[in-house]
Design a protein around this ligand. Structure first.
Ligand code: SF4
Length: 395
């Protein structure tokens, strides 16, 4: 069906667009057909952009080998400082954009200001923990691509071009010197404990698409060895995905009781934070109790895992072929819907999912008037906001 009708259209689709279409056609219609963008993005998106910016800055520093003469500790501090700044700059841009648009009343402005401060503190905490916990990366990961947009053709079962293209941005692709392999690195943030997200990786269409693109680029000789500069061949190991999950929470500071003792109540924190509190207690002339030692031991056993976890995952060739087949169908459906946008239907189940933030298109979905449009949305000239333009795109 799709070959005959739209092969000539050379349509480009991202995973975000596909997943939006699968969630709710009406939402896709507002976002990718009408190109309406909410004047205010939700906090999770704002924070996610800042976090990704921080990671991109941090790993870009790995490319400057002269800095490694600093010694591990100073080098890590340097990375943390630069990465923090990268993320903070992004937050500054996001929050000044909100104020500039003047869509808030004064009480909202106060809330946004408080939120901005909290986001900055949270970002600092996550970035510091991340780069200190992952100091090994400095020695074995050589970045190949950092926040790199790509565009690759979607092939059919016989490896012929379909006219559809898969578009996206690699967070990070590294060459692992220990594994002698290319690793696709993905950053995620979560509001819950980091252990709860692993089931999302069993079949992750976004990463299947990225791996598909990476394999295509490798096969066409577009990837170079980051040290020798030689073209990498398909024999270069590829397939490992490193998911880096950071929890959006600052480790709690233990409470101090009236008598100056540190509380032994269950606490959600890092062992180093609890240990620091105990050191202060000792400085106050109070000895550490057995109960406190037990609490500290429990936290040490848990380590930092509830705040950060790294998961390794692999997708087989069969997984990628399945993804490509499904993506061809998705692209076909989206292209057909673009021809008949009035056919887009609402999917109420998508707007009532308790685990998802409220749909940003709810106001217009309920009442599509020019007033609502101009009050809540800006018109964009880009279908895919995450890809600024086609300059520098890897294809
Ligand atoms: S409010 Fe619900 S039905 Fe309407 S666009 Fe959003 S997800 Fe779709």
């Amino acid at each position: 069906m799709w070959q005959g009708v739209i092969m000539h259209m050379r349509q480009m689709f991202t995973n975000s667009e596909t997943s939006c279409f699968q969630q709710c056609q009406k939402k896709w219609y507002f976002c990718y057909h009408q190109l309406l963008r909410p004047k205010i993005r939700n906090w999770h998106l704002r924070f996610g952009s800042a976090f990704h910016a921080a990671m991109a800055v941090g790993y870009s520093i790995f490319l400057d080998k002269s800095l490694q003469a600093l010694g591990e500790s100073d080098y890590t501090n340097y990375i943390v400082d630069k990465a923090r700044k990268g993320g903070q700059d992004e937050l500054t841009g996001q929050y000044s954009d909100i104020i500039r648009k003047r869509v808030l009343d004064w009480s909202e402005e106060e809330r946004i200001e408080k939120e901005s401060e909290e986001s900055r503190a949270l970002l600092d905490s996550i970035v510091k923990l991340y780069f200190w916990v992952n100091r090994r990366d400095q020695h074995v990961w050589v970045p190949m691509l950092v926040e790199q947009p790509f565009r690759v053709p979607l092939l059919d079962a016989n490896y012929n071009e379909t006219g559809f293209y898969h578009l996206g941005v690699f967070d990070l692709v590294v060459y692992d010197l220990e594994w002698e392999a290319i690793v696709l690195v993905e950053f995620k943030t979560t509001s819950s404990d980091t252990s709860t997200v692993s089931r999302r990786f069993d079949f992750d269409p976004q990463m299947c698409g990225y791996l598909y693109a990476l394999k295509y680029l490798l096969g066409t000789g577009k990837l170079l060895h980051p040290i020798t500069g030689e073209k990498l061949t398909t024999s270069a190991g590829i397939g490992k995905i490193s998911y880096n999950v950071c929890r959006k929470k600052i480790p709690s500071i233990p409470k101090m009781k009236k008598d100056g003792m540190v509380s032994v109540a269950a606490i959600d924190t890092l062992p180093s934070v609890y240990e620091d509190a105990l050191k202060q207690q000792v400085r106050r002339g109070l000895e550490i109790t057995t109960r406190q030692k037990v609490v500290l031991e429990g936290l040490r056993n848990r380590g930092f895992s509830s705040f950060f976890r790294r998961y390794e995952h692999y997708y087989s060739t069969g997984d990628l072929l399945t993804w490509a087949k499904e993506q061809r169908i998705n692209c076909s459906n989206m292209a057909e819907m673009a021809e008949n946008p009035s056919q887009a239907v609402r999917s109420p189940i998508a707007c009532t999912m308790a685990s998802s933030p409220r749909c940003a298109y709810r106001p217009i979905c309920v009442d599509d008037t020019p007033e609502i449009r101009s009050a809540f949305y800006d018109a964009s000239n880009k279908r895919h906001e995450e890809i600024d333009d086609m300059k520098g795109i890897l294809r």
